[in-house]
Ligand binder design. Structure first.
Ligand SMILES: [Zn+2]
Length: 195
């Protein structure tokens, strides 16, 4: 089922998340719905707060991006052993981030039309459970690590706009207001704050 994506301004995007406690059919079907919602919106990641659920759950697909790049571009964005990742992250925790950082443009399904440069670590180590609740501890690099860091941030109430300096924050303020009021077009269903 395609779910509406909660837009900038909705309180769930700023609230803390609680851990997923049970591995049951309700969680499994929520994960299925998140994949369907993300692919329908042409996204490469989606976190539970973006569908109005404050639980520690997000999904990432960097494989589609990998496959869409020319071979010579891949080395700029992906580690040589990374051919893209399709993964569900339950109760994830980033336990290490590299000092090596890089800056690249990021979009967010909750803020359509706003692409911003964000500086993030090239490599991370993350502990999580997958969709079968199998515990994992893995390192990721490059664009895969970037997507994971973006979605992980959502489970901590952090948005990519938070990384802007105060001048750039002023520049995007009116755009964000328009998003929160539902005045921007999106190619997928969205939910807006009623404030
Ligand atoms: Zn986002």
């Amino acid at each position: 089922m395609i779910l509406p994506i909660f837009a900038y301004g909705c309180s769930t995007l700023r609230q803390p998340c609680t851990d997923v406690q049970t591995n049951d059919s309700i969680v499994a079907s929520l994960i299925d719905d998140m994949w369907e919602t993300m692919y329908h919106a042409n996204g490469c990641g989606l976190a539970a707060p973006q569908i109005g659920r404050n639980i520690n759950l997000f999904i990432v697909d960097s494989r589609g991006t990998y496959e869409g790049l020319e071979a010579d571009q891949r080395q700029d964005f992906f580690d040589e052993n990374d051919k893209g990742l399709v993964e569900t992250f339950v109760n994830a925790n980033i336990v290490w981030r590299s000092g090596r950082v890089w800056t690249d443009d990021e979009g967010c399904l909750s803020i359509p039309g706003l692409v911003l440069p964000v500086t993030r670590s090239w490599s991370i180590k993350i502990e999580y459970s997958d969709q079968h609740f199998v515990k994992k501890s893995r390192f990721f690099d490059g664009l895969t690590a970037r997507m994971i860091q973006h979605e992980f941030d959502h489970t901590r109430g952090i948005l990519h706009t938070d990384y802007l300096n105060s001048l750039r924050k002023k520049l995007v303020k009116s755009k964000l207001k328009r998003v929160s009021k539902g005045l921007v077009k999106s190619a997928y269903p969205m939910h807006f704050s009623k404030r």
